[in-house]
Design a protein around this ligand. Structure first.
Ligand SMILES: Cc1cc2nc3c(=O)[nH]c(=O)nc-3n(C[C@H](O)[C@H](O)[C@H](O)COP(=O)(O)O)c2cc1C
Length: 352
């Protein structure tokens, strides 16, 4: 489908994004998400038709759930949603670093709020798996309560929840990675999860910019409290020396190819520390079958894509899935599950 892809190339970034959402909301064609049974995967108690999901931030307010569900993704993550609608940061706040195959954004959780998204999700046909990513309002006086309210309000529409503590664009949000703050948040959120029936697996999305000590704090709490899984990782505030685009100097979170190695190594470190106790959705710099497989071999059982989808268009979904299928045939494997974590040691040690 060249429509969204060509729009993306021709328009300014944020207008292109709005145009793509509108086009996708009415997307009439349907790609199969379950064509290869070897790609089906079970994670945190849910069956996914394939391991490739659309990452949070593309359809923040659930405007295009059905169209996105028809692109062949194994799952789509909506959000980040906050309790009240919120305008986000002043524009411009979305920058393409085309020569780097990257994006810098400082959107700041612009979204229509829990109630508007719930109304849209109630009307949607919702054929595929849907994750809902939640966060606090910028001006909230009780950020923990904002997450808890999200679980109560959106549970009927979520297959799983993501607790986003890792956006760099809401001041202070990343402080939730500190041990005591994280423990209090997780305790409250999981209590909310346990009040909902049927149970909604609840994951935490972490930053790729954690040092070893911060990571250990987060993982120790996640294991002790029995979080359902991790999303590794969000955008980075780092700016690798290799970036050539002028927009690299813009403040915000960096995504795409330049964060692939950073976030994939983090997947491997989390996998080696936690094993099967904490299933991982790997995200950051996936752009083709090779990068998707590397995430899985680092230890992710599911993967997500955002920036690669923007640059390569919807065709990237079937390209990645058929590339993974081809690799399983070449290796004579009957399930993708056999690849999960297969190269974790070497990737954690720096291979990539
Ligand atoms: C424009 C933009 C907006 C984003 N908004 C969110 C968001 O609202 N919540 C969230 O958890 N992640 C958000 N992300 C992060 C992505 O979900 C993903 O973690 C990150 O971009 C790394 O993946 P990628 O390299 O495939 O883009 C956003 C990313 C971009 C580029």
């Amino acid at each position: 489908m060249p429509l969204a892809a060509s729009l993306l190339g021709l328009l300014a970034p944020e207008r292109a994004h709005r145009a793509a959402i509108r086009a996708l909301a009415a997307y009439p064609f349907s790609a199969r998400s379950d064509a290869d049974p070897r790609l089906r995967i079970e994670a945190f108690g849910l069956n996914f038709p394939n391991p490739l999901g659309l990452a949070a931030g593309f359809d923040k307010s659930a405007e295009a759930v059905d169209g996105l569900g028809r692109l062949g993704f194994g799952f789509v993550e909506i959000g980040t949603l906050t309790p009240k609608p919120q305008a986000g940061n002043p524009k411009p706040r979305l920058f393409r670093l085309k020569a780097d195959a990257a994006i810098v954004n400082r959107m700041g959780f612009n979204n229509d709020g829990y109630a508007a998204a719930a109304a849209r999700l109630a009307r949607a046909r919702r054929s595929g798996r849907i994750g809902i990513n939640i966060g606090p309002n910028k001006d909230s006086s009780d950020r923990v309560a904002d997450y808890v309210a999200g679980i109560a309000a959106l549970a009927p529409y979520a297959d799983y929840f993501t607790i986003n503590i890792s956006s760099p664009n809401t001041p202070g949000l990343r402080n939730f990675h500190a041990r005591d703050e994280f423990d209090a948040l997780v305790a409250a959120v999981l209590a909310a999860r346990d009040r909902v029936s049927p149970r909604r697996p609840t994951l935490v999305k972490i930053s790729p910019d954690l040092d070893a000590e911060q990571l250990e704090d987060v993982l120790a709490v996640a294991l002790a409290r029995r979080i359902d899984g991790l999303i590794v990782a969000n955008t980075s505030v780092g700016r690798p020396q290799t970036l050539v685009s002028a927009a690299a100097k813009e403040a915000g979170g960096l995504s795409g190819r330049p964060i692939f190695a950073l976030s994939t190594r983090l997947v491997a470190r989390c996998y080696l520390r936690c094993g099967d106790a904490l299933p991982i959705i790997g995200v950051g710099g996936v752009e083709n079958a090779e990068t998707a497989l590397a995430k899985i071999e680092a230890g992710a059982c599911l993967i997500q894509i955002y920036t690669g989808f923007i640059y390569r268009g919807p065709g990237v979904v079937s390209e990645i899935l058929s590339g993974l299928s081809g690799e399983l045939t070449r290796r004579k494997l009957s399930s993708l599950r056999e690849c999960v974590g297969a190269r974790a040691e070497e990737i954690a040690a720096g291979a990539l």
